[in-house]
Design a protein around this ligand. Structure first.
Ligand SMILES: *Cc1c(COP(=O)(O)O)cnc(C)c1O
Length: 424
């Protein structure tokens, strides 16, 4: 399709967009009486209107039933999390028994490393991507120390080549081969938070297994954003947060995937708690841990129902729409934003470049724009003019045209504001 950089064309794309009405299901911050243009759904998704209802339900059950709510609430709390198994497994391409919700993202990655990072004297190295999200870096360092190894030795980063913004698949694969027998774990972000690069999870997972390592994924920027087939791709484990593309609210609960092949492995160490215990016998308060056969067997504490309520609202919405429709719009609106940026770029030559891969298979709902010249003031200008973007040092703004609630008209209007901001 040939795009046009004008309001009428953008409105026409909105009129043809089968998901356009979902915009009305979200609450937008207001700027001068109008919805802001929201590009930070990759950082904190907007609040769905239906969320309030899910939260009120729990508040009311708590008020009316107190402790009885555990068993007699409309959605009883003791197995509230089981309502996620079906919709969430579809979002990440898993069997229902392979997904669970609990804790927060970094905590879950630590718990997964307890089970799947089992270093030995000769096989103890971890492969990750250069400039991984800081929380992941701290996690790797502390895990490696915990096992008595040195981060400089045990953590192997896959670097970008000089002058390139993204990591090449061939470099990931050759590093895995090079480390070979010393490799204990590959753990990479499925979508890089900074550049928006999407990694080939299937191929990298295969290569890691061939080297004899476990392979896990941090899907913070992938869940609810990209096509995933965690089960078929034979991923060992994966974790994600729910507050980015999944719109479940600040700091909210994480999701976790553990492949079926590990469910009955009694030799896997794990940090246990009563919520992971055999569900029929949980309240018998027995002294010996007997884990649930499934990802739920990694749960520790009884769950924060007031957090799960917004997460469930979101997961229900994703189930209603399906990832396929979202991904179709995602690719089109991201391409339209890219087109708009390229049009503006012609008028303000050399003022910025897109560092996200051009190949639609290597990107999803994000374009990262590297600003040449005075970046921070342009970012501030955008904020003052009702465009919420995200600033990353040294000079990058990240733009996430989230298909659930961003419109083509937003993309056009953004281009006009950006141009004014650059030309001054
Ligand atoms: C957002 C993000 C996190 C955040 O971790 P929390 O434990 O939820 O604070 C971690 N890793 C990646 C890659 C992220 O993008």
């Amino acid at each position: 399709m040939t795009f046009q950089n004008n309001l009428e064309f953008a409105k026409q794309l909105d009129a043809q967009d089968g998901l356009h009405h979902y915009r009305n299901e979200f609450i937008f911050p207001q700027h001068e009486g109008k919805n802001v243009i929201y590009f930070t759904g990759n950082s904190l998704g907007l609040q769905p209107k239906r969320t309030q209802k899910y939260v009120n339900e729990v508040m009311n059950d708590w008020a009316n039933m107190a402790v009885e709510g555990h068993f007699y609430a409309e959605k009883p709390w003791w197995d509230y999390h089981e309502r996620f198994a079906n919709p969430l497994s579809k979002i990440v391409g898993a069997l229902p028994s392979e997904v669970t919700v609990m804790n927060t993202l970094t905590v879950n990655l630590h718990l997964m490393m307890v089970s799947f990072y089992r270093p030995t004297k000769t096989r103890y190295k971890i492969i990750c991507e250069e400039k991984a999200f800081p929380s992941d870096q701290y996690m790797f360092q502390s895990q490696v120390h915990f096992h008595g190894y040195q981060p400089e030795d045990a953590i192997v980063e896959i670097k970008r080549r000089a002058g390139e913004h993204n990591i090449r698949l061939e470099d990931v694969l050759s590093k895995i081969e090079e480390i070979g027998d010393e490799l204990a774990l590959v753990l990479i972000g499925g979508v890089n938070y900074y550049t928006g690069q999407v990694f080939d999870i299937k191929t990298i997972t295969e290569a890691g297994h061939k080297a004899g390592a476990n392979v896990g994924w941090d899907l913070a920027h992938a869940a609810g954003n990209i096509h995933l087939e965690l089960h078929h791709w034979n991923v060992d484990f994966a974790c994600w947060c729910s507050y980015k593309y999944m719109n479940s609210g600040p700091g909210n609960a994480s999701g976790c995937f553990v492949h079926e092949k590990h469910h009955n492995d009694a030799t896997l160490p794990r940090f246990a708690g009563w919520w992971g215990h055999n569900k029929e016998r949980r309240f018998k308060m027995e002294p010996t841990f007997d884990p649930v056969h499934g990802a739920d067997g990694w749960q520790i504490s009884n769950l924060p129902i007031l957090s799960l309520a917004p997460y469930l609202a979101s997961v229900d919405m994703f189930a209603e729409i399906g990832m396929e429709a979202l991904i179709t719009k995602r690719d089109k609106i991201t391409s339209y934003l890219e087109f708009i940026l390229n049009e503006i770029s012609k008028e303000v030559e050399g003022s910025f470049e897109i560092i996200t891969p051009k190949n639609p298979l290597e990107r999803a709902s994000q374009l990262s724009v590297f600003l040449h010249g005075e970046g921070r003031s342009l970012f501030d200008y955008l904020m003052k003019n009702g465009v919420i973007t995200d600033w990353r040092e040294p000079n990058v703004i990240r733009l996430a045209p989230v298909p659930l609630y961003c419109s083509y008209e937003d993309m056009y209007n953004f281009g006009q504001i950006l141009k004014k901001g650059i030309l001054g």
